[in-house]
Design a protein around this ligand. Structure first.
Ligand SMILES: NC(=O)c1ccc[n+]([C@@H]2O[C@H](COP(=O)([O-])OP(=O)(O)OC[C@H]3O[C@@H](n4cnc5c(N)ncnc54)[C@H](OP(=O)(O)O)[C@@H]3O)[C@@H](O)[C@H]2O)c1
Length: 235
């Protein structure tokens, strides 16, 4: 059966991976691509998740194509042009930290605010946020990466809180975090050196795994975060 899908952050490695995967999976799928790199077109809209007006405008355009079976938020940042994730407390910098939170936590929350009304209600629909295992507080063994870890932990709380509210008027909604594994991308590029053999995934592999995981999710899974292998990640 064909699906109606919106991918936010569709020009990133994982976002593009999802666009390609769902196009290939069923050529009848309707796939909307949303990105800062897009010009307005029939299946492509501009979105800057740091700008609430842009998120609202994009949702308005998408509403004409909805409702959606899947909305996937594949935006994110780990390092900037002039900063890296903190190795130690001495690297903490307010501006950099605010940038990471703005993109990893506040942006996805705004997307939820404007896009959740576009989720299908009469059949199961999924809102998937790209989160990260390092956002798990209980799994934090190594320390470091203060801003990224905290921004994803806060994102996980937003996901949990959304799942409670949305279940009250959309019993079919599945709202989850997704951990893609370590995936070749601009985001992971500077940190790929320590990845064990066979553990650096291509976007295609990671996305195929996550799509399979999403296929098995039901509304009772809402509010949790799942890794590429289907295992639930403890917050
Ligand atoms: N790669 C990994 O190993 C890994 C591991 C764990 C979790 N993740 C998560 O997976 C997600 C996707 O990462 P990726 O590896 O695909 O990285 P990526 O290739 O760098 O893609 C990130 C995307 O986020 C978009 N973005 C950043 N700020 C934005 C904004 N203000 N408005 C709209 N789009 C914005 C970028 O858009 P532009 O193209 O316009 O710059 C880029 O396309 C992130 O949430 C990341 O934390 C990745």
């Amino acid at each position: 059966m064909s699906q109606n899908i919106a991918i936010i952050g569709s020009k990133g490695a994982i976002g593009k991976g999802f666009v390609d995967f769902y196009k290939k999976q069923n050529p009848s799928n309707s796939i909307l691509s949303l990105s800062r790199k897009n010009k307005e077109a029939d299946d492509e809209f501009f979105i800057d998740i740091e700008d609430e007006g842009s998120v609202c405008d994009a949702a308005d355009l998408c509403s004409k194509k909805g409702p959606f079976d899947k909305i996937i938020i594949a935006t994110g940042i780990l390092h900037g042009v002039d900063f890296s994730p903190e190795k130690t407390l001495k690297n903490l910098n307010k501006e950099n930290m605010m940038k990471v939170f703005s993109i990893n936590t506040l942006g996805p929350a705004l997307v939820a605010r404007y896009f959740i009304p576009l989720m299908k209600k009469e059949s199961p629909s999924i809102l998937g946020f790209l989160s990260a295992r390092v956002g798990s507080i209980s799994d934090n063994q190594l320390g470091g990466w203060y801003s990224y870890r905290a921004s994803k932990a806060a994102l996980n709380m937003i996901i949990k809180t959304l799942s409670i509210e949305v279940a009250r008027n959309n019993k079919n909604a599945v709202i989850v975090g997704l951990h893609p594994g370590t995936v070749e991308s601009n985001l992971s590029n500077p940190f790929q050196g320590n990845v064990p053999d066979g553990k650096l995934f291509s976007p295609e592999h990671s996305v195929t795994q996550m799509a399979e995981v999403m296929n098995k999710l039901t509304p009772s899974d809402s509010g949790n975060c799942f890794a590429w292998d289907g295992k639930r990640i403890e917050f």
